[in-house]
Design a protein around this ligand. Sequence first.
Ligand SMILES: *[C@@H]1O[C@H](CO)[C@@H](O)[C@H](O)[C@H]1NC(C)=O
Ligand SMILES: *[C@@H]1O[C@H](CO)[C@@H](O)[C@H](O)[C@H]1NC(C)=O
Ligand SMILES: *[C@@H]1O[C@H](CO)[C@@H](O)[C@H](O)[C@H]1NC(C)=O
Ligand SMILES: *[C@@H]1O[C@H](CO)[C@@H](O)[C@H](O)[C@H]1NC(C)=O
Ligand SMILES: *[C@@H]1O[C@H](CO)[C@@H](O)[C@H](O)[C@H]1NC(C)=O
Ligand SMILES: *[C@@H]1O[C@H](CO)[C@@H](O)[C@H](O)[C@H]1NC(C)=O
Ligand SMILES: *[C@@H]1O[C@H](CO)[C@@H](O)[C@H](O)[C@H]1NC(C)=O
Ligand SMILES: CC(=O)N[C@H]1CO[C@H](CO)[C@@H](O)[C@@H]1O
Length: 452
Amino acid sequence: MGSLCLFFILIHLHCASVVLSTSWCNVTSPLGPVPANALYFNTKSRYEEVNPYLISNISAINDSWVKPPYPECKAVHLSVIARHGTRYPTSGNIKKMIQFSKLVKSQADLSCVRELETWKMWYKEDMDGRLVEKGRSDHRHLAQRLVKSFPTLFTKENLETRRVKFLTSSKHRCINSTLAFKHGVVEALRVPGMDLQHTVNDELMRFFDRCQRLVETVEKNKDAVKEVTLFNNGPEMKRVQEKLADRLQLPYINVTSDSVETVFYLCAYEFTIHGVNSPWCRLLDDADARVLEYSGDLKQFWKRGFGHEINSKSSCVLFHDLFNRLDAVARNITSGGYVSDVVMVQVGHAETLLPLLTLLDLFKDKVPLNSTNFSSHRSRAFRSGVIVPYAANLVMALFDCPDGIRVQARLNEQPLSLPGLNNLSPLYQDLRKRYEQLLQGCDQNTVCKMNS
Ligand SMILES: *[C@@H]1O[C@H](CO)[C@@H](O)[C@H](O)[C@H]1NC(C)=O
Ligand SMILES: *[C@@H]1O[C@H](CO)[C@@H](O)[C@H](O)[C@H]1NC(C)=O
Ligand SMILES: *[C@@H]1O[C@H](CO)[C@@H](O)[C@H](O)[C@H]1NC(C)=O
Ligand SMILES: *[C@@H]1O[C@H](CO)[C@@H](O)[C@H](O)[C@H]1NC(C)=O
Ligand SMILES: *[C@@H]1O[C@H](CO)[C@@H](O)[C@H](O)[C@H]1NC(C)=O
Ligand SMILES: *[C@@H]1O[C@H](CO)[C@@H](O)[C@H](O)[C@H]1NC(C)=O
Ligand SMILES: *[C@@H]1O[C@H](CO)[C@@H](O)[C@H](O)[C@H]1NC(C)=O
Ligand SMILES: CC(=O)N[C@H]1CO[C@H](CO)[C@@H](O)[C@@H]1O
């Protein structure tokens, strides 16, 4: 311990002297295995940041979260809508990473973060968004924890009679996440070799590509995200750029808001994929990371969240799919009939989950997020890193209770309180009442038609 302290003191003195003489080298020390920025990675966040107890035991379950409404209740159904696991950056981002790291290697003064001298570019463009090993592990373990939490639903018999169903987006990272999830189920139930089917359904899991109104008015319309552009050209981001340029001794003109985002990615991906506290992380301090997190959240807010009504409405098809299934199960249970869908696992994207959660009126701040309100949104509800990290999952569980069918919602395994329902396990009929308007309307074809 003594020598370790001495080591840090020496580093500290070294940095302090640089700060005193020039004031440009001002980076945080690489304390511990987790980057100090890891809480701000938006949709590039590790699932474990949301549930830190998983770091020491990936199989751990918080017992206080998986209790039935009361002991007499029996779990009868589970619907899981999950995001794929940890993935590589897309080729567009990899290109930017290659480009900026070249600039840094050739032009920057690295005396601030010496480790960057030996850092080697390892991303290749063909990694393009593919699921990584950690992503497989995310889903395999999520499956095992769910099996353990709902042992009467995930049974050998229910698997054999195909009452546990799997549906996925056609993207490879989702299909591979589904395979990993199934692998986790088979392992947990010790039924090696059991072949579980899955179906691909983009109409449900990639509704965002198929909703013309969303595509035309948001996806292809720069004006729809003007608050993001304004923020990225605004004073908070400018300051982050200047600090980064100072730390690398690069001309301000060569460090754009894109460069800052790229450094953030270089830090985030190396951590989530390889578990490494990358030297790139040291180029952005806590204040910088909060600005970048806000920029990312602004983008999600305007593209997938409350920013435009069509963002959430584009998920009507998934909303109805979920409620039709819950309705059918509730009906069959009440009439003493057979439940054909005991478990439904659906794997998609952050873009699948965020609109649906928004449609359910979750994580809504009183004041909309915009380019001038960074400082007043420090404790906002809409934080994409907490809502949709890798392997994010919305779970709806139905219970047959003495007083009727009750429902529990969970997000990322934590109890989720649905707005307007002051009970964590409301009666299913009260949940239906809460969303009555959507249940009676929210027609996909109508909401997605242009000029409707
Ligand atoms: C250096 O760090 C201090 C303390 O965190 C901070 O107040 C200051 O703004 C930083 N300066 C630069 C140029 O990053
Ligand atoms: C991890 O958690 C699981 C579930 O609570 C428990 O059975 C197991 O013993 C734990 N493992 C360790 C190493 O603590
Ligand atoms: C389990 O959840 C409860 C209630 O949210 C919380 O107080 C407790 O710290 C959690 N336990 C662990 C190990 O995270
Ligand atoms: C999916 O997994 C298979 C092996 O299990 C691998 O060959 C393939 O490259 C993976 N695809 C993606 C897109 O990750
Ligand atoms: C830095 O920016 C200037 C002005 O845009 C440009 O001429 C120069 O090529 C850039 N330098 C590098 C290394 O990209
Ligand atoms: C409900 O029961 C009907 C009639 O037996 C059956 O066709 C249907 O698949 C069941 N639905 C669910 C979700 O269990
Ligand atoms: C940002 O939001 C605040 C509060 O809602 C509002 O007063 C302000 O006009 C908005 N700014 C822009 C540029 O929309
Ligand atoms: C309602 C609200 O939070 N408004 C704030 C938006 O941002 C501006 C500029 O930072 C503040 O002055 C407002 O109070």
